[in-house]
Design a protein around this ligand. Sequence first.
Ligand code: SF4
Ligand code: SF4
Length: 382
Amino acid sequence: MKSGSGPFKGFPVEREEKKAENDFFKLLELKGISRRSFLKYCASTAALLGLSGLHAPMIAEAIEKMAKRPSVVWLCFMECLGCTESFANATYPEIDKLILEMISLEYHEALMAAAGERAHENLWNAVKEGGYLCIVEGAVATKIPSAMTVGGMTSIEIMEKVGRKAKAVIAVGTCATHGGTQGASPNPTGAVGIVEFFKTKSIATPVINLTGCPVNPENIISTVLHVLLLNKLPELDAYQRPLELYGQTIHDNCPRRAHFDEGRFVEVLGSKEESLGYCLYKVGCRGPQTYANCPKVLWNNRQNWCIGVAPCIGCFEPYFWDRFRDFYKPLPDVKLPGVTTSADKIGMGIAAATAAGVGAHLIGKALKGKKKEGDSEGEEKK
Ligand code: SF4
Ligand code: SF4
């Protein structure tokens, strides 16, 4: 098997290129997808990945040459399977579906038809071959290893073996990125995310964190495409999350934002003010300190999202179970330029800041959350 070159260097994708290209366009035809819509798709994929339109031909070429289906293994550890549900229940545009079909999902305990030893054989065969992309859902149990076993092996043993030989790991959901609910205080089993686990074992495989409880399926797709098509990691923030997807707060793009700026708040959930779209800050919204693209990509196939119906609980933020507890209480000590205020004073604080000539964008910047003090990983968010 020949290894790919250019953007695919390291992935076994470059075989009988011309034949692959013909086969690919035949496949498109069979699916009723025109070349024109395929090229449009490549341009929008480039935009989703934060790349300029100039990268569209490169993406097109990369997809055409996927002669050998890149292999992916999906591990499940301490979790609720909600991230799998989120991913499996989404509907995808035709071309996304086609690309998903081109990926060879070698192992996923919950989704694969095979069971027991047969299923495990697939996993260990993929590990033997190497070069796969590993997606992990769930935390690793480090203090009580027997709290998480699959087929007689602990999560520690499996993650170490599979992690070392993976091309890259994508940790999906807050359980896999930061321990999740089982990692919340007092964390009796020692549940940790993959980055922390890899540090204890000196595993150098690159990890991309996709926080969220559950993870947004659109974020999985765009990240998988980035890694497989461009053969490199996206630009990451201090928590190892793709900047393109996690670079702004919910508050930055919230449709209720104008009400926040004008000091119009919902005081009681279910009240008329809530249906009028007033700001949910006083009933506990964590949007000002939560870095996520939910307002842009929404949920349930872009139908709705949390703030459409309730305050954001900040599930895209690391350690949010502990850090944001008392979910219906307002975030304390929201900082405005030159003012430290509480929920009751916030409308006034904004009015004063505006009167002093401070623009709304500066207020938004000042409201961007700070990372929890004492977090073990990363620095302050850029
Ligand atoms: S991150 Fe949330 S939805 Fe995903 S597996 Fe963990 S608990 Fe379930
Ligand atoms: S506090 Fe919440 S509801 Fe209000 S504008 Fe910010 S993100 Fe939206």
